[in-house]
Write a protein that binds this ligand. Structure first.
Ligand SMILES: NC(=O)c1ccc[n+]([C@@H]2O[C@H](COP(=O)([O-])OP(=O)(O)OC[C@H]3O[C@@H](n4cnc5c(N)ncnc54)[C@H](O)[C@@H]3O)[C@@H](O)[C@H]2O)c1
Ligand SMILES: Nc1ncnc2c1ncn2[C@@H]1O[C@H](COP(=O)(O)OP(=O)(O)OP(=O)(O)O)[C@@H](O)[C@H]1O
Length: 567
């Protein structure tokens, strides 16, 4: 069977004709004859109702080289629908045997109609597929011929590019092989999947060489200075992934551990005391605790006087130079708190779960000995969690060089309407490009670690914490089309409260430290160079998936049983 015959395959058996005729009858039913006979004269009716439409579709498919089974089933499905609609309208009394019999017959006809339509669609799809394969084959043959041609001297290349066509006849005329001596250039042509568009038929040329360089505006000292892309014969390949599973291996034995603990929790206090003693006695580790905890421990038992603490903020600033490891006892909020103490580099964090959710707290407190043993010996997997560094720029201080201290967030910075009952009105820019105006309850600018926190509640996507990105999630936008965005990690975002805003906005950082933003004030955010390394229980991906399964019951659904309708 030829391709065109296949593509034009129609219902031709008496049974099919009979069913398609029924299709026409449903449209002006009053009442239909049952059963409908299959007769040669019915052919014209078939053409006028169903096949006419299918022919149009088939020719469209031939032109576009695409497979569309949906449209071809429409007319018969409409008929089937009409049959069912008719059934619904027809009063069927159990006493009226004729009507019951008639409705049964109609049901059978409707089912058969669907089968016929599906059969036709499949035949047409098959024909289109054969045609596509044939065209691919032809293109492939032609390509081999062009490559076999060898090379041309430089001047001939342009000529060749304008002359070569995918037509076998045309390329035969070139007769280049052996005619031009040793090739000095390789003529490349991309393999074109699927039927080749008409406009491309004459376009065959040498691939231009190029170079990819990393770095913003050619700044070689920027943070993206690694070459992940190599260039060879015009093909782009990544030689190295930007983010691999990261292993931490100690080069000297860790000696000092800092404990950060959730306040006002008896279980945390008891566990903290036990772990501190175990680390000192069994591992000979120096222990730092917060001033509050130091007091609690020493008040309870003076033998805890070996613990160290700090007296003021200046000493906190030096903590990262003394501490090898941070242990947190609490929930995610405690990890956020621990991170907030470090305005610069952060030592690795081992987070024990003593909260309710625990997205960032994979370790079980009951197994603290094994966990700490493993971590102190290393190596262990870590997740490098990006932080956002946020600057508030006051309108009044725009010209001043020294601005307010940057604030580092591990989850997100939120700019919302605070206690105001008006819409927030925020102008947002990404580098120097205008992004949008937020009119609604506010905006969340989140790290990927924070994607499972407030941003998730506002409709943002969940993102693996090692994906390098910044989430831009509106809070209750008063617009139907404001979908959340994920931007690359290297951009700088600016959120401006315009002068014509009706009120102030409020910024909060990981849910804390609210700051008022008056008209004219702006908030600037970019990824900080100091991420938070958190130790993994298994590895970054396993831990992330476990947390969304166990913490959020992500996509939890009862499985469908095996029995029931099947294809
Ligand atoms: N509507 C909301 O979902 C909403 C509202 C306000 C704040 N928050 C989140 O609370 C965070 C502050 O946490 P907190 O413990 O100090 O306050 P909190 O004690 O009010 O706890 C908020 C909840 O958010 C969870 N959480 C925090 N960080 C998370 C993360 N990265 N992934 C998944 N869940 C996370 C915590 O486990 C906790 O259950 C903020 O950074 C913000 O993301 C959420
Ligand atoms: N060391 C700390 N000092 C002061 N505040 C802290 C400290 N650790 C945690 N917090 C605060 O205590 C609050 C609760 O902490 P956390 O989220 O760890 O516990 P949780 O609420 O019981 O856990 P979960 O959020 O999983 O239910 C948070 O707002 C956090 O900022």
């Amino acid at each position: 069977m030829s391709l065109d015959e296949l593509a034009d395959k129609e219902a031709s058996s008496p049974e099919e004709i009979q069913l398609v005729q029924s299709d026409a009858k449903f449209r002006s039913f009053s009442p239909p004859p049952i059963p409908i006979p299959a007769a040669p004269g019915i052919r014209s009716l078939v053409d006028s109702v169903s096949d006419e439409r299918l022919d149009v579709i088939a020719s469209h498919q031939r032109e576009n080289g695409s497979i569309s089974t949906v449209s071809s089933t429409v007319s018969s499905l409409e008929s089937e629908k009409a049959a069912y609609e008719f059934l619904a309208q027809t009063p069927i009394k159990s006493t009226d045997a004729h009507l019951v019999e008639f409705s049964e017959a109609m049901r059978t006809v409707a089912k058969a109609l669907r089968r016929v339509a599906e059969g036709k669609a499949a035949a047409q799809a098959e024909a289109t597929e054969w045609k596509r394969k044939y065209e691919l084959e032809m293109a492939h043959k032609q390509q081999s011929k062009v490559k076999g041609c060898g090379s041309y001297i430089n001047n001939d290349l342009d000529k060749l590019a304008s002359q070569l066509t995918l037509d076998t006849a045309a390329s035969d005329q070139l007769g280049c092989c052996g005619k031009h001596g040793i090739c000095s250039h390789e003529v490349l042509q991309d393999e074109v999947p699927g039927p080749i568009p008409r406009s491309n038929h004459k376009m065959v040329g040498r691939k231009a060489s190029f170079k990819l360089s990393w770095g913003c505006n050619g700044d070689k000292n920027g943070q993206h200075k690694h070459d992940f892309v190599s260039f060879e014969k015009g093909d782009i390949t990544t030689t190295e992934r930007s983010n691999k599973q990261i292993l931490l291996k100690w080069e000297s034995q860790p000696q000092t551990v800092l404990f950060i603990t959730k306040p006002n929790s008896n279980s945390v206090r008891v566990l903290c005391a036990e772990m501190v003693r175990w680390l000192k006695e069994h591992k000979n580790i120096n222990v730092f605790v917060e001033p509050r905890v130091s007091k609690e421990l020493i008040t309870e038992d003076s033998s805890y006087n070996f613990v160290q603490t700090w007296d003021n903020d200046d000493e906190i600033k030096l903590l990262h130079t003394k501490v090898d490891l941070i242990v947190t006892l609490g929930g995610d909020g405690t990890v956020l708190w621990a991170a907030s103490l470090f305005k610069g580099p952060v030592p690795p964090v081992v987070a024990f779960s003593l909260g309710s959710l625990g997205f960032m707290t994979p370790f079980l407190s009951e197994q603290y000995r094994d966990c700490l043993d493993n971590v102190l010996n290393g190596p262990f997997s870590i997740t490098l969690r990006n932080r956002l560094q946020c600057h508030v720029i006051r309108d009044a201080a725009k010209e001043e060089l020294v601005t307010e201290e940057p604030i580092l967030v591990l989850n997100e910075v939120t700019i919302d309407r605070g206690i105001s009952s008006y819409l927030t009105y925020l102008e947002c820019y990404c580098d120097s490009s205008f992004v949008t105006c937020v009119q609604g309850d506010g905006l969340i600018i989140s790290t990927t670690s924070g994607s499972t926190a407030y941003s998730l509640a506002a409709g943002g996507s969940m993102v693996h914490p090692q994906v390098p990105g910044i989430l831009f999630t509106p809070i209750c936008p008063h617009s139907l089309s404001f979908r959340p965005l994920i931007l690359p990690e290297y951009v700088t975002l600016r959120v401006q409260v315009p002068y014509n805003s009706r009120g102030s906005a409020w910024a909060s950082f990981d849910g804390k430290d609210r700051k008022q933003l008056s008209p004219g004030d702006a908030l600037i955010c970019s990824i900080s160079p100091w991420p938070v390394p958190t130790a993994c229980l298994a590895d970054s991906t396993t831990d992330f998936l476990r947390s969304i399964h166990e913490g959020l019951h992500w996509n939890l659904r009862k499985s469908q049983s095996f029995d029931g309708p099947r294809d």
